[in-house]
Design a binder for this molecule. Structure first.
Ligand code: SIN
Length: 325
């Protein structure tokens, strides 16, 4: 059985350097994947790695175009008996969005693992090589399949649907909700906290030819119906409101969104709060709203885009996709 892993490199801090161990400013995407792969061999890890440079950029510039390249490369690797699993090196700023877009559009029969770093490669206390070695350990484990796309950071592995960046600078920057880490990992050990729950699942969505325009509006004190009107003037196919608390919003904003939902623009109520559920409330039926449940606004946008691209645009079908784990 093949042990070879494909490593797709996109850049980020894990490939970043400052030219100094103590400088705060650094440039992401400076180290090529060949250098990374050779460092792993130098650690004595003998897993065969094939490196491929997809991009070498900060993840603030990653979106559907690079997602499409990743999706194509990973789909070929999943069909290739010579490849046991895939690792993607990625900036941490948008890793959770790439992870979720791929999670929803890939089958689950081989491990697919994203990894990043919070400190540049030449910074004192750099976490990149450790995280990468952990990703190799994780992606080499057969039990890593059947859990969807995973992300490994700081000796912990998270499922794509749960993971999010929760700190701007700490090396312990990632959290999961509603589940926190689903495994502890080091270069020499791996402890899963449960069995795979998506074994041999087919892709939930086909890769879209076009990503529909879905906007996120961030609720704020004093938000008005005019703010909603401005957003709707750009004719989005759907809207996510990052509401207060459990997905609340000022009354005039709610009324404007009710009109939008009734005119056929799906409206998803998420929360601007980091953790907690946005559950359905009794008025959602009459309002035509969807509750994002455990999914934050950035990922809610991706799920709504894939639903719209697949032809779903009624609130009940969209709600069922948000309810599903
Ligand atoms: C980025 O997301 O590319 C920069 C930040 C990071 O990788 O931690």
């Amino acid at each position: 059985m093949s042990r070879t892993l494909l490593v797709l490199a996109t850049g980020g801090t894990i490939a970043g350097t400052a030219g100094s161990a103590i400088r705060r400013d650094y440039r992401p995407g400076q180290i090529g994947i060949e250098q990374f792969v050779s460092q792993i061999a130098d650690l004595g890890i003998d897993t065969p790695l094939i490196g491929k440079q997809i991009a070498n950029i900060g993840s603030e510039n990653i979106g559907p175009e690079i997602w499409a390249t990743l999706h194509e490369e990973i789909s070929s690797a999943l069909a290739d008996p010579e490849i046991a699993g895939v690792i993607i090196t990625h900036g941490t700023d948008t890793a959770e969005e790439t992870a979720f877009a791929l999670d929803l559009t890939l089958p689950t029969h081989k491990p697919v693992v994203l990894v990043g770093a919070m400190r540049a490669a030449d910074a004192v206390g750099s976490d990149g090589l450790r995280n990468f070695a952990n990703a190799v350990r994780l992606a080499s484990d057969r039990d890593a399949a059947g859990r969807g796309v995973l992300m490994v950071m700081g000796d912990r592995a998270f499922a794509a649907r749960d993971v999010r960046k929760a700190h701007t600078e700490s090396v312990d920057a990632f959290r999961g909700f509603p589940r926190d880490a689903i495994a502890m990992v080091s270069p020499s050990s791996l402890e899963w906290f449960g069995a795979p729950w998506r074994a041999d699942e087919a892709a939930r969505f086909v890769w879209p030819e076009h990503w529909p325009k879905v906007d996120i509006l961030f609720a704020h004190a004093g938000m008005s119906a005019k703010d909603v009107a401005h957003a709707l003037a750009a004719e989005p196919a759907g809207v996510v409101i990052a509401g207060f608390g459990t997905g609340n919003m000022p009354d005039p904003v709610r009324s404007a969104f009710v009109d939008a939902a009734h005119s056929g623009v799906p409206v998803v109520r998420a929360s601007r709060v980091d953790e907690g559920l946005v559950d359905r409330e009794p008025e959602d039926d009459a309002n035509g709203f969807v509750a994002a449940r455990a999914i934050g606004p950035a990922k809610a946008r991706i799920l709504l885009q894939l639903l719209l691209a697949s032809g779903a645009n009624d609130a009940a079908t969209i709600q069922a996709a948000f309810d599903r784990r």
